[in-house]
Design a binder for this molecule. Structure first.
Ligand SMILES: Nc1ncnc2c1ncn2[C@@H]1O[C@H](COP(=O)(O)OP(=O)(O)OP(=O)(O)O)[C@@H](O)[C@H]1O
Length: 226
């Protein structure tokens, strides 16, 4: 790879407020390098989800500059925005599984969107579902899954298309510590295959397991602990 490869994410003096509310983020500057692994942490309400929404381009900064995969996103067309989003895998805090599709179909969705045929992807989806411990639950609709099972289905869906950038909002909040460690291993394996990973978490036990960079939010500011 060339040394000039664009960072997955670049923020420069980003400020963000919702409507007329107070500024949630102030002068936030950082980069996520290609193939890097980091945690995003800070107290409840510090703006972790807001920062993920900015990267996902689902909210716009009030000031400053946001670039994703080398593209500055202000004024970007909807088509280009969809193209950038497809390169990301996201684990939302509230899972966002589609209730009318089975667990298997939810996880297969990103591959279907890519136009791949089921014969081509079925084995891959089943293998990942087994890996996250949902092999026996793949034909179940999400409303019948437990909180931890929904979380694992959401993680599998985010990973299945091997995204260039994985964003995960509290991805171990609903699972026991043993499974949390396995999921962390899964994120690290994905990272070794070339995906940049950003995990928002309060879980110090999880962060202490590995020596990864930490982006720490507090009072609207971002501090980086290498
Ligand atoms: N859609 C919204 N409209 C107005 N204010 C919002 C909205 N979303 C978040 N906020 C406010 O922005 C601030 C940061 O919220 P955010 O959800 O980004 O924090 P967080 O660090 O992810 O919190 P938690 O760890 O509890 O999920 C909070 O004060 C929150 O009330």
């Amino acid at each position: 790879m060339s040394g000039t490869e664009a960072p997955a994410v670049h923020f420069e003096n980003v400020g963000m407020r919702y409507g007329m509310g107070p500024e949630v983020l102030s002068d936030v500057s950082f980069e996520i390098a290609p193939r890097s692994f980091q945690f995003l942490t800070g107290p409840s309400g510090a703006g972790k989800t807001t920062l993920l929404r900015l990267i996902l381009l689902s909210v716009r900064p009030t000031r400053g500059l946001v670039s994703v995969f080398g593209e500055e996103v202000s004024g970007i067309s909807n088509e280009a925005l969809t193209g950038l989003r497809r390169r990301m895998g996201v684990v939302f805090q509230d899972f966002r599984l589609l209730d009318h599709l089975t667990t298997y179909e939810n996880v297969a969705l990103p591959l279907r969107v890519q136009g791949r045929s089921e014969t081509n992807y079925r084995a891959e989806v089943v293998e990942l579902l087994r890996w996250v411990g949902l092999g026996e639950r793949m034909h179940v609709l999400p409303p019948l899954l437990s909180g931890g099972e929904k979380q694992r289905a959401a993680i599998a869906r985010a990973l299945i298309a091997r995204p260039e950038l994985l964003l995960a909002d509290e991805p171990t909040g609903n699972v026991d510590p043993t499974l949390a460690r396995r999921l962390l291993r899964l994120f690290m394996e994905l990272n070794k295959l070339g995906t940049s990973v950003l995990i928002a978490t309060h879980d110090f036990g999880l962060m202490d397991l590995i020596d990864a960079r930490r982006l720490v939010l507090g009072d609207g500011r971002l501090r980086i602990e290498e």
